[in-house]
Write a protein that binds this ligand. Structure first.
Ligand SMILES: [Mn+2]
Length: 350
């Protein structure tokens, strides 16, 4: 298995931009084009600094979802991004480092895929980038190795990969209304809620409610008996209460069983005890932020991708809305707070 660390000494005059989880794939949709434009702008800004490093922190290419797309095809399709990356790299004080994630794990397996990234983007591919400045060490990697659902195994199998490549396509074919867009839900504990929300808003509300109301209206009028109307109201009220309770229950169960969240942070704390670093910069969870942990700083570069977030719907049960999240970590030791997180959320108009 490919296992490469890059160790670099940095200075306070060097600017570092870490972006991850872009999931570039084909076709190049309008959303992906917005993301590409934003990246081009940020890379061009970074290029104005004399000494700069661009870190592509994993899952930059989406190689799980459509297995027929080659690394070369995807890189070439995003031609403006390629141009920005190459012109950034032309300047002598600049370099580009690509840390491999789980959705682009073929880079860790295939030397020819790595060669494509090295040739087309002129990026150095590795698993981990270690930066040192004075006595401080900053470890930058994608973050899936601390996630039991997505860590690399010697057989190349991971739960996450099976889910994306086998389980999801089957579910998408059978129940597209309930599953479509589930890949955009960032918080794993909300996955069952997403399915429930679709069930309610896409099937129950448009079909079942009108049927119950029509039936009650017809019976009330035909038999001039208002008990039918009362029965219908009771059925609707009880169904609403059942949905609310089920939603709460599913979230609680999912939080305990689907991983992520607190468990993940705890595994990072023990990772720090073994590996020793002052700061850890990951991607992977799409949950960007900078946080003080005991003995180190944790930073996450978030994502540059579509996300689905729960918003309260008219029944009090969340409705999931799609946004584009564009985020990054900057490292700049000329600043008082050297590691910073920045994000922008754009609402999508459907
Ligand atoms: Mn990942």
């Amino acid at each position: 298995m490919f296992n490469k660390n890059i160790n670099l000494k940095i200075t306070a005059s060097q600017k570092i931009l870490v972006v991850s989880d872009i999931h570039l794939q084909l076709p190049l949709t309008s959303e992906l084009s917005i993301i590409e434009q934003s990246l081009v702008g940020r890379i061009n800004e970074l290029a104005t600094h004399k000494q700069a490093i661009l870190v592509l922190n994993g899952d930059v290419l989406e190689l799980w979802a459509q297995s027929n797309q080659s690394v070369e095809e995807i890189i070439d399709a995003y031609s403006e991004l390629k141009l920005a990356i190459l012109s950034f790299n032309k300047k002598p004080g600049h370099r580009i480092i690509y840390t491999v994630g789980n959705h682009d794990d073929s880079l860790a397996v295939s030397a020819s895929d790595r060669a494509v990234v090295a040739n087309h983007w002129q990026a150095e591919v590795c698993n981990t980038l270690n930066l040192t400045i004075g006595r401080r060490t900053i470890r930058i990697e994608h973050g899936h190795e601390n996630d039991p659902y997505n860590k690399t195994s010697s057989t190349g199998y991971s739960h996450g990969k099976k889910l994306v490549q086998t389980t999801l396509p089957i579910l998408l074919k059978r129940i597209p209304t309930l599953i479509g867009g589930i890949g955009d839900v960032v918080d794993r504990s909300l996955l069952p809620s997403f399915v429930l929300s679709n069930l309610l808003y896409k099937l129950v509300v448009p079909f079942s409610i009108p049927i119950v109301l029509l039936w009650a209206g017809y019976q009330t009028a035909a038999r001039s008996d208002t008990r039918y109307a009362a029965a219908a109201a009771l059925v609707l009220l009880l169904s609403w209460a059942a949905f609310m309770l089920l939603d709460i229950f599913l979230r609680l169960v999912a939080r305990q069983t689907l991983g992520g969240g607190k468990k993940y942070m705890k595994s990072l704390d023990s990772y720090q005890k073994e590996t020793k670093f002052n700061a850890l910069v990951l991607g992977h969870t799409h949950d960007g932020r900078v946080e003080k942990r005991r003995g180190y700083s944790y930073a996450n570069s978030g994502c540059n991708d579509i996300i689905a977030l729960p918003r309260t719907g008219w029944l009090g049960i969340p409705r999931f809305i799609r946004y584009i999240q564009m985020s990054e970590i900057t490292i700049d030791y000329s600043k008082k707070e050297p590691i910073k997180y920045h994000q922008q959320i754009i609402t999508l108009v459907k």
